[in-house]
Design a protein around this ligand. Structure first.
Ligand code: SF4
Length: 452
């Protein structure tokens, strides 16, 4: 089917839309595509839910809290729908990939018009057109297998763009629902990624972030060796592009070949998000992470040896089933040994449908809270120390816009992904500056642009 056939404008309905997105960058990227599809159908974006003709909720099921937020929102939408019966409500994303959940949404919230899966985005125009004339909830959920190319995306801003390079995950960490809902790893063809990146650079985008649940195993399913390293190598020379970032990396797939490719690709930024999840070997094994702490520490050393300016960040979880005080102290020890620039810290929560849900020795909430508080406190101290240590150094900063809190300051990011504020004006957006850091706080740096 051609793009022309897929995206037929519709008439006779309020032509504004709103997309509410939950979860990770991959979901944000899908939401940009949903917006792109709706705009191609003739809809315009609005923030006013009461006025929207189409409202799409792009859900996340990684944590229970995200799911509860979706149910809360769906409950509140009953009144909105009563006031505006023409409103088309669509629910998509990871939650709807779980069949039981999709059925629950259909039954419990009958005013939802469309329930669609992560692999059914391209069917949205057809579903919306059908929903305009049918009363019952329409459901389209396929096992995500292929990758539809050419779906238009409505990008947020004109400077930085997300580019998914692969979908799904083969790792089956025992706490994680992603492989069950997003399917097996599927990589996009390098020429499609190259074309998308070139188009973005031509439109003036300066920075791309390559996305995947396990981005550095890119190309394995296409039979490539060092596929991700080679991808970075072919994207690096694109004219106009200044920075390349990527996430999320699995420590096990961060190979020597990849480190070598990063070293030789000057646009790849020195920031690596490498989740360790836990510092104890017995917990890592129960999580099925596929590495031990010794391997992880060696990897970090290797990266720092080859890329001395590297900022390292991580995801760290406490309270996994069976985690003893000794295991927890092993995680705390990793903090001291690695000294992460920042870390996303989590308390383990049961996810239905995962093996960890059925594991013995679930940790009581009170104990999880105690551990996470200790972890956050220490990580914050380390982050502050590292940021204070930036004082006096000069960083290349890409100006992203005016600060939201101080109209005289420009905000931007270093290649190491640190937020920097420095005096400047609106016209600075999109340009790079050498900024001398004068002060480091827990969450940002303050500095002054050096004369050009
Ligand atoms: S690597 Fe593990 S945590 Fe990450 S998406 Fe895959 S299964 Fe989930």
């Amino acid at each position: 089917m051609s793009q022309q056939e897929l995206f037929t404008p519709i008439s006779g309905q309020d032509n504004s839309y709103s997309v509410i997105s939950f979860g990770c960058q991959m979901n944000n990227s899908d939401s940009e595509k949903i917006s792109g599809i709706l705009e191609q159908m003739g809809y315009n974006s609005t923030d006013d839910l009461e006025k929207a003709g189409v409202l799409i909720i792009n859900t996340c099921c990684v944590r229970e809290t995200a799911e509860n937020k979706v149910y809360g929102l769906l409950g509140r939408l009953r009144k909105v729908k009563e006031k505006n019966p023409q409103l088309i409500i669509g629910v998509g994303g990871c939650m709807t990939q779980v069949e039981e959940t999709a059925r629950h949404i259909k039954k419990r919230y009958p005013y939802v018009n469309i329930v669609f899966g992560t692999g059914n985005l391209h069917q949205l125009p057809d579903m919306i057109n059908k929903a305009l004339v049918r009363k019952e909830t329409l459901m389209e959920i396929c096992r995500p297998e292929s990758i539809p190319e050419g779906i238009p995306a409505r990008r947020q801003g004109g400077l930085k763009a997300w580019i998914p390079v692969m979908y799904g995950c083969d790792n089956f960490c025992t706490y994680c629902i992603v492989p069950h809902v997003r399917g097996r790893e599927r990589s996009r063809q390098p020429q499609d990624i190259l074309k998308e990146t070139r188009d973005l650079a031509e439109k003036g985008f300066k920075e791309i972030t390559l996305l995947g649940q396990n981005v550095n195993s890119y190309g394995k399913d296409l039979g490539m060796k060092n596929g991700f390293g080679n991808l970075l190598t072919i994207l690096n020379p694109i004219e106009g592009l200044l920075r390349i970032r990527f996430m999320t990396s699995h420590p096990r797939d961060f190979t020597d070949g990849l480190i070598e490719a990063i070293k030789n690709a000057d646009k790849v930024c020195e920031h690596f998000h490498i989740p360790i999840q836990a510092g104890s070997n017995s917990i890592l094994k129960k999580m099925n992470r596929g590495y031990d702490r010794e391997y992880y520490l060696e990897l970090i050393n290797k990266i720092r040896q080859h890329i001395p300016a590297a900022a390292i960040t991580s995801d760290i979880m406490v309270g996994f089933p069976g985690e003893t005080e000794r295991d927890f102290l092993d995680t705390m020890d990793i903090l001291e040994k690695v000294r992460y620039d920042t870390a996303f810290t989590f308390v383990y929560n049961k996810r239905s449908g995962t093996p960890a849900e059925r594991m013995a020795d679930q940790i009581p909430d009170r104990e999880k809270t105690r551990r996470i508080e200790i972890l956050i406190k220490r990580q914050n101290q380390i982050s502050l120390e590292i940021n204070e240590g930036e004082t006096g150094k000069a960083h290349q900063v890409l100006a992203e816009g005016m600060s939201k809190t101080n109209p005289e300051m420009v905000s931007g990011r270093t290649r190491t992904n640190k937020l920097v504020m420095f005096p400047g004006k609106e016209g600075n957006t999109g340009r790079t500056f050498a900024v001398k850091i004068k002060k480091g706080t827990l969450t940002y740096l303050e500095g002054e642009a050096l004369p050009e």
